[in-house]
Design a protein around this ligand. Structure first.
Ligand SMILES: Cc1cc2nc3c(=O)[nH]c(=O)nc-3n(C[C@H](O)[C@H](O)[C@H](O)COP(=O)(O)OP(=O)(O)OC[C@H]3O[C@@H](n4cnc5c(N)ncnc54)[C@H](O)[C@@H]3O)c2cc1C
Length: 447
């Protein structure tokens, strides 16, 4: 009997345009997803991500079964679970997606060196391998604009492959029951807003893309910074979980054509840039890219941090954003920047605290993008906004939410601000000056 091939799914929870399936067409497959709460350490999945994962697997399992396959669910330290699955099924080949996440890279390296197992990695989540885009001098990029130009110069991606119409199932082995993983919140059930806002899974991703291309892409460049209107795609959780490939998204936008396409593709390149940075700086999720920032005199203020998390800072646009996040698991990009800036600058609370909260509450939580974005806002990133540029949240609201639609929708009753904006700004600037290095460079434009 032909030995089956083990497909190790992680964040490519789709059938269409998935090289793990196309590459292994016609071979008996054992398709596995492993829930690992051990290896990632502090980066184990947060609450909102668990909710999404449950829904996404609940959608993928039956879709795979409908074409003859079967989704096997297992739990534990992923490298040993994969080795065990291979031993159980007689698989000698493992196929998985390339990743920039350091813990997963280590797990992949462990599988690759397991005797009797061969690991093949495929590009399932990104447009380019994080090593592929390099400067003329052969070094990784640290600045976005030339990186994005280099991405564009590579030309369009290959046309996406359709979903397989048939999959040959490998040996029938035991699978956990999804319900037993308890990924959904019970008491309290905080997920009502998430259920209302999202349809996880491949079909939901395609619907979201189609709606955006039909309705909003023409106005994208002008309106993407206005949180009060649905001007962006909201494709981020679908991309983060790999329910749609970035190549499919890019080519669909090109095929639709018209205004807004270039600006939108640029955002897909920001996603690539974040993965590129994490690949080359594996400690980026924990440590500042500019080492100087390790000496920043951050404040330890649990009460202020809790007020920020709950949307009770008294600053309308910040509170609106934090409440949108709590309610739907998502926040508009402009507001993410404003809320993040308020935390690290006006409150002088470490960016890692904000990053951890976003990690727990975002349905699109992505290690690379989250870390790169927080460092960009904090000023500690390679290509970051200079620290001394401090967003005034009220002026940002006046500019991007002129008629108050967004703040009115989410912020609730006005409260007394927990910090005076001018005093918070002065304190942040003093802290920065205390680092002993003048700000240098100008920003490259915001993500
Ligand atoms: C502090 C902070 C933390 C963030 N954390 C995350 C995160 O964990 N996961 C995540 O996916 N995005 C994160 N972002 C980036 C951005 O806010 C979201 O990707 C975007 O709001 C998603 O909305 P959309 O799908 O409608 O985007 P669109 O405007 O429609 O953009 C299309 C796609 O491009 C990608 N993209 C858009 N903006 C960015 C960006 N600034 N950087 C990288 N990729 C981008 C996303 O995959 C997005 O779906 C963060 C931003 C900030 C400021």
């Amino acid at each position: 009997m032909t030995a089956p091939v083990l497909i190790w799914l992680h964040r490519e929870l789709r059938l269409a345009d998935n090289p793990l399936f196309t590459h292994n067409a016609g071979r008996p497959l054992v398709v596995a997803y492993v829930l690992d709460d051990e290896t990632p350490g502090r980066w184990k999945l947060g609450g909102a991500a668990r909710w999404w994962l449950h829904q996404s697997l609940a959608s993928l399992g039956p879709a795979l079964a409908a074409i003859g396959g079967r989704l096997v669910l297992r739990r534990g330290a992923v490298a040993s679970v994969i080795a065990r699955l291979a031993a159980e099924t007689g698989a000698r080949e493992v196929h998985a997606g390339e990743t920039a996440e350091p813990w997963l890279r280590r797990a992949q390296a462990a599988v690759a060196t397991t005797p009797g197992l061969a690991l093949t990695l495929h590009r399932t989540r990104l447009l380019f391998h994080p090593e592929a885009i390099r400067t003329g001098g052969g070094t990784p990029y640290g600045v976005f604009t030339p990186f994005s130009r280099a991405c564009l110069a590579r030309g369009l991606p290959a046309p996406p492959n359709p979903a397989p119409s048939r999959v040959a199932a490998g040996p029938a082995i035991a699978s956990d029951r999804l319900e037993d993983w308890r990924l959904l919140p019970t008491r309290p059930d905080w997920a009502a807003g998430l259920r209302e806002a999202w349809t996880p899974g491949e079909a939901g991703a395609e619907d979201r893309l189609a709606a955006f291309l039909h309705r909003a892409i023409d106005g994208y460049a002008e309106q993407r910074d206005r949180p009060g209107i649905a001007a962006t795609s909201r494709l981020s959780p679908h991309l983060a979980w790999g329910e749609i490939s970035p190549a499919r998204a890019w080519l669909a936008a090109e095929a639709r054509g018209g205004k807004g396409v270039r600006a939108w593709i640029n955002e897909l390149f920001w996603r690539e840039f974040a993965a590129h940075l994490l690949w080359h700086h594996p400690h980026m999720a924990e440590q500042p890219l500019r080492p100087l920032f390790a000496r920043m005199p951050w404040r330890h203020d649990p009460a202020a941090r809790a007020a920020w998390q709950r949307g009770e800072t008294g600053i309308g646009i910040v509170d609106a954003g934090m409440r949108e996040l709590w309610s739907t698991g998502w926040m508009h990009n402009r507001v993410r920047m404003i809320a993040a800036s308020f935390l690290v600058k006006h409150l002088l609370i470490p960016w890692q605290d904000g990053e951890a909260w976003f990690w727990d509450t975002l349905v699109d939580a992505d290690l690379a993008t989250n870390a790169a974005s927080w460092q960009w806002v904090a000023g500690s990133g390679a290509d970051a906004a200079p620290y001394f540029r401090i967003f005034n949240p009220d002026l940002q609201a006046a500019k991007f939410d002129r008629d108050g639609t967004y703040v009115g929708r989410w912020a609730g009753k006005p409260r007394r601000p927990i910090v005076d904006l001018a005093a918070g700004r002065a304190r942040a600037l003093a802290a920065f000056r205390a680092l002993g290095e003048p700000a240098e460079g100008a920003p490259e434009g915001s993500p």
